[in-house]
Ligand binder design. Structure first.
Ligand code: 1GP
Length: 247
């Protein structure tokens, strides 16, 4: 429970958590470590590692090893499938894509990956993963029946289902590189029914205004990935977001 407690403790004491997403398929392990180091200097609370395509095996292991050499915040796996597990991570978002049409993304990959998590020291953090329009690559790969962005009640229904099935976290995902993040109306409606359960929001968050809007609407944690890949001053960019979401 250490990583989950660490994240929940930040929510209680400092406000919204910032998570930096690094896709191992997008750069070399050395560059990933550099990005992680700069993001931590900017105030990110943890590094999450994963991707929908090509984010497994040696490149995943090497990326984690390098990141851990250069940072001391927790590393959390954000796997696209059972291949997205590495014993070098501290924790894993053990997630089910509840609005997928494909059983592989709801329970099968989870079952195939579970024995490795059991045999390792990786801390599982149970999470309902919900993909909202436009959904991007992960929406296509995960064969999601995308939640319409103007239908908060559908996101609420899935979030409640996840909560009642015992999942501690709910992740509202608009898809990496989405033009707009999930709407404040949807975030607010979902947080209202989740109560103390934690809400993560990601996809399309690019600046302080987006981050602040998500946090004000009820996001306990926000995830940004694309901005660190695009930014020329990663530390300053992360600092801008972190300043906008902490108490
Ligand atoms: C993707 O929600 C994350 O899974 C991050 O999205 O790359 O748009 O920041 P961005």
């Amino acid at each position: 429970m250490q990583v989950e407690q660490y994240l929940d403790g930040i929510v209680d004491r400092q406000g919204t958590v910032h998570l930096t997403l690094i896709d191992p398929a997008s750069q070399s392990p050395d560059r990933a470590a550099d990005i992680a180091r700069l993001a931590v200097a900017g105030g990110t609370d943890a590094i999450i590692i994963g991707g929908s395509t090509g984010a497994s095996g040696m490149v995943l292991d090497q990326t984690l090893i390098k990141i851990k050499e250069h940072t001391d915040v927790p590393t959390i796996l954000f796997p696209g499938n059972a291949g997205g597990i590495s014993v070098y991570a501290d924790a894993i978002f053990f997630m089910s894509l509840l609005n997928s049409r494909d059983v592989n993304y709801i329970t099968t990959n989870q079952a195939m990956g579970a024995p490795l998590v059991y045999r390792s020291d990786i801390e599982p953090i149970s999470m309902a993963y919900l993909i909202v329009e436009p959904g991007g690559t992960v929406g296509w790969v995960g064969d999601a029946k995308l939640i319409p962005k103007d239908k908060p009640e559908i996101a609420v229904a899935y979030s409640l289902a996840g909560k009642y099935m015992g999942m501690h976290y709910t992740y509202l995902e608009a898809g990496s590189g989405a033009e707009y993040p999930v709407t404040p109306a949807m975030i607010g409606a979902v947080k209202h029914v989740l109560g103390d359960n934690k809400l993560i929001v990601g996809g399309g968050i690019r600046d302080a205004r987006d981050a602040e809007q998500c946090a004000a609407a009820g996001a306990d944690m926000i995830v940004t990935g694309t901005i660190v890949e695009e930014s020329t001053d990663i530390r300053a960019k992360i600092e801008e977001l972190v300043m906008a979401i902490k108490k």
